[in-house]
Design a protein around this ligand. Structure first.
Ligand SMILES: [Zn+2]
Length: 154
């Protein structure tokens, strides 16, 4: 089973000139994975920019392009790497949920988490489950509120 990390590794290690030779199985994964599709598009855009620079500067050889590429990779890929991590720290969870860390402190007691060696950690799958329940409860509450308001309006 090809997963996102293999796709990521392919793009990190890939010499620019072999960009056309993406293995069939990776291509298939990318077609079905929005995160990898976005990653692939970013690398294609990067390769185009590097090729344009290389055209202008003969001294920018392949190894320079590759090291530039690795450097850019870190900034391109960081949010996605956090997103696919199954175990998260409170700070990573807050970033993933796109809320400030202080806001997470307010609801941390209700959230599924565990303690290990004195550290609080979150399992992404459990948090996703919790979010789905919360979403459902909110939808029910909202529907009830709207129904009450409609009754009052009649
Ligand atoms: Zn993927």
């Amino acid at each position: 089973m090809i997963d996102c990390r293999e796709v990521e590794q392919w793009y990190v290690d890939l010499p620019c000139e072999r960009a056309e030779q993406l293995p069939k199985q990776l291509r298939k994964h990318i077609e079905g994975c929005a995160a990898c599709r976005q990653l692939a598009e970013r690398y294609e855009a990067l390769d185009q920019r590097l090729a344009a620079i290389a055209d202008q500067a003969a001294e920018l050889d392949e190894s320079t392009q590759l090291s530039l590429r690795r450097e850019v990779h870190r900034s391109i890929n960081r949010p996605r790497t956090e997103a696919v991590s199954e175990i998260m720290t409170p700070a990573e969870l807050a970033a993933w949920l796109k809320i400030p860390s202080e806001a997470l402190d307010e609801c941390i007691e209700q959230m599924p988490c565990f303690e290990l060696a004195g550290q609080i950690r979150f399992r992404r799958s459990r948090v996703e489950q919790w979010l789905a329940e919360r979403e459902q409860a909110f939808a029910t509450e909202r529907a009830a509120y709207l129904a009450r308001r409609r009754l009052r309006a009649v």
